[in-house]
Design a protein around this ligand. Structure first.
Ligand code: HEC
Length: 133
């Protein structure tokens, strides 16, 4: 069963540092995660202070409510999804964005492999916390 964002339980809301201490992410393959993130950085910047591109800048996204970055025009679907970006929510989103949030403007088919998503999310937990250079 593919979950949709409506009535989705995002799980505990914590800091990225705390999620990284979780056994689920502590032993992830960060190199594999970085490789998988190349698809994301075609449309997103990850570090603080960088511009939006086709998609919004993703710095500080973990633990934050969805669709809140100033200066980016989100789809009504994501604005109204009522999501907080926990690793659990990211996992469901990255498996199949258009199924999780029908009507989203993020054109990405998804990563079907849950191990890939775990590695990618572990990488993003670090890469979206990099302070401005
Ligand atoms: C083709 C461009 C494109 C690609 C590739 C893409 N995204 Fe996106 N992303 C977007 C757009 C556009 C939005 C805004 C979606 C909306 O408003 O419905 C978005 C939104 C998001 C959001 C929500 C941000 C917020 O502020 O709420 C996250 C998280 C995200 N993308 C992560 C990723 C990750 C991780 C990848 C790589 C696996 C990825 N995206 C790949 C274009 C893209």
């Amino acid at each position: 069963m593919m979950p949709s964002a409506a009535n989705f339980d995002v799980g505990p809301i914590m800091s990225a540092e705390s999620y990284l201490e979780d056994a689920e992410y502590a032993d992830a393959d960060l190199e594999r995660g970085e490789l998988l993130s190349l698809a994301c950085i075609a449309c997103h910047t990850l570090e603080a202070g960088r511009d939006h591109v086709l998609g919004p800048n993703l710095s500080g996204v973990f633990g934050a409510a969805a669709a809140q970055k100033p200066g980016f025009e989100y789809s009504p679907a994501l604005v109204n999804a009522g999501l907080v970006w926990t690793p659990r929510a990211l996992d469901a989103w990255l498996a199949a964005p258009a199924r999780f949030v029908p009507g989203t403007s993020m054109v990405f088919a998804g990563y079907a492999d849950s191990e890939d998503r775990r590695n990618l999310i572990a990488y993003l937990l670090g890469a979206t916390q990099v302070p401005p250079q």
